[in-house]
Design a protein around this ligand. Sequence first.
Ligand code: DLL
Length: 433
Amino acid sequence: MIFNEKIECMGREELKNLQSERLKKLVAYIYDNNPVYRKKLDQHGIGPASVKSIDDIVNLPFTTKEDMRDNYPFKLFSRPVSEISEIHVSSGTTGNPTVVGYTKDDLDLWSEVVARAIACAGGVPGDMIQIAYGYGLFTGGLGLHYGALKLGCTILPMSSGQTKRQLKLMTDFQPRILCCTPSYTLYMLDEAREMGLDPRASSWKIGIFGAEPWSDTMRTEIEQAWNMLATDIYGLSEITGPGVSQECAHKCGMHICSDVFYPEVIDSVTGNAMPEGEYGELVFTTLTKQGIPLLRYRTRDIVSINYEQCVCGRTSPRMSKVRGRTDDMIIVRGINVFPSQIEHVLLGIEGVQPHYQLIVERSVGGLDDLEIQVEIEEPFFSDEIKVLENLKQKIAREMESVLGINAKIRFVEPKTIQRSEGKAKRVIDKRTL
Ligand code: DLL
């Protein structure tokens, strides 16, 4: 089923006209409503009259994660906070997190794109959908929720965790669709077997998996183990959360809702457009958002885009799986973690040296484990075990409150973490996806 056939199957010219109209309105809107952007546009010599068509987008300035941080919490909003209906927050690089605000219309837009996504994966009205992404400040749970509501599904709003309960309700209620991170699906597999369930006999027939990178090998593993279709969903809080793009049953790239989120692929060093079909940094302009519309937001995700029509009938451009990042962000259990955040925490604690390494592993069960190896100062290292234990717990608590995840802290002797003359290798990612 195609949720919005008129838009999703629109001819290229017509789509381009729609995008052009929307971009013109957007630039005027931002110019009139956001002083930070107005200043930036003025500095680039751009006013509302400078934009005649979507092709002029290349003349607009980029927006970066640093812009989000520097304008914390609300200075990039184009509406007063009193007109914002909902706020979500995701990790920033250091210090301040990234804050986004949705007006009522923005929430309608989010519902629309996620409804398109669920339908694109094969969902239809009346399907029961188990949402096992976290509900709360993370956009996964509520995003899927709004889309499922719009499509007319029966929602099981589980949030993440409580694996036994997830499996029990799946067995008792027989939902057809499962939404969670792909690694959680593998984790649930072990638990299901332990509970004596036959995963291939599960009621889940469609999976909507995303929020972290995963490979086609992992897809095959999930599909075979659970006997379901596993599709990829992509999104980021800054643009709207999940629903920016989604795979159809043909699994040949994620269909981008480009009528509202205009994509570009650029060379991350020069900022110039990459030739069509080549890999580069993905950039989005939110064409119709009101709360926090963004011009040419640099996602730091590396992808390529295919503009050919898909066999499913949709004309929307399709993005490849995310091949990597232009920064050092890692995703652990669906949570974005920047080494710089960890460094910030460590350096605020007495006795800790600025030498650390992050080891990420995928446990046999399928979940990610993060170990932070830290050098501590000589006098501390020779201290009694109790002192060391307290210090460890303090670091773990701080990490939990800043990152929102449990990390294992391991102290190593001074001067044992490899020093580097160039870029320090902070992350050792042992996961094979
Ligand atoms: O992860 C939104 C989301 C929720 C997407 C649920 C899909 C499902 P953030 O927490 O802001 O938002 O993280 C965004 O996660 O820039 C990518 O690096 C990564 N990411 C998201 N989806 C995928 C995916 C949500 N399907 C960041 N494949 C993005 C690879 C993904 N990476």
